[in-house]
Design a protein around this ligand. Structure first.
Ligand code: GRF
Length: 188
C-alpha cells in the first residue's frame, strides 16, 4: 500500500471522498499527510477527525516558494510519501516539489481542460454558455492546469442551471472519478 499526501486549501470535499473510499476498502492507500496553506481550511478539521497528520504552513512567512516547498519535501520524505494528490490546493507547484516528485503529482480540475483553466472554472463555463463542461484529472507540471490529461468526464449544463446546481453535479462526478483514477494510478 502506498503512502500518499493530499494537498488542500479549502473545504476538502474531495479529500473527504478519498478518505471515505479508503475507509470503505475501495481504495488501497494510506494518507500519511495533509498539506494545507490556509490555517482556517475545513480540510484540517477533516484530517483531525480521521487522525491524519497535517502540515499547515503560512506561505507569507517564507522568503520564497522554494523555501516552503523544500520544507514540504522534507515532511513528505520523512513519511516515505510516494504520491501527491492535489485536491483544491490553490497554488502553483514549483520546481522544488516537481523535481522531487516527478510524474507523481496529480490534480483535479472542474472543467474539461484545456477549456477554463485557472480559478472559477465553473463560473467561466457558465459565462461562456457552454452546454457541456466536466471534470479533468491530470498530471501536474509547471503550468496552470496544463499537465497531461489522465481522465475526464463530461457534465451537461442544463437550461436552468445555476452556479449551485452545476457545482453540485460537478462535485458528485469529482468525488467518484478521483478515487477511481487513483485506484488505477496507485496500483501501478
Ligand atoms: C474542486 O472543484 C477541484 O476540482 C478544484 O478545487 C475544488 C476543491 O473542492 N481543484 P474541495 O475543497 O475538494 O471541496
Amino acid at each position: 500500500m502506498k503512502n500518499i499526501a493530499v494537498f488542500a486549501s479549502g473545504s476538502g470535499s474531495n479529500f473527504q471522498a478519498i478518505i471515505n473510499e479508503i475507509e470503505r476498502g475501495e481504495l488501497s492507500a494510506h494518507i500519511a499527510l495533509l498539506v494545507c496553506d490556509k490555517s482556517e481550511a475545513k480540510a484540517i478539521e477533516r484530517a483531525k477527525s480521521h487522525e491524519i497528520d497535517t502540515f499547515v504552513f503560512n506561505p507569507n512567512a517564507y522568503v520564497s516558494k522554494e523555501e516552503f516547498e523544500q520544507e514540504i519535501v522534507d515532511e513528505l520524505q520523512t513519511r516515505n510519501i510516494e504520491f501527491i494528490v492535489l485536491a483544491g490546493y490553490m497554488r502553483l507547484i514549483g520546481t522544488t516539489l516537481l523535481r522531487s516528485f516527478e510524474g507523481k503529482i496529480v490534480n483535479i480540475h472542474p472543467s474539461l481542460l484545456p477549456s477554463f483553466p485557472g480559478k472559477d472554472a465553473i463560473g467561466q463555463a457558465l459565462l461562456a454558455g457552454v452546454k457541456v463542461t466536466g471534470v479533468t484529472i491530470h498530471y501536474v507540471d509547471e503550468g496552470m492546469d496544463t499537465g497531461q490529461i489522465i481522465a475526464q468526464e463530461a457534465v451537461s449544463v442544463d437550461e436552468d442551471e445555476t452556479r449551485e446546481t452545476l457545482t453540485t453535479k460537478i462535485q458528485q462526478v469529482e468525488h467518484r472519478l478521483y478515487y477511481k483514477t487513483l485506484k488505477d494510478l496507485l496500483s501501478k
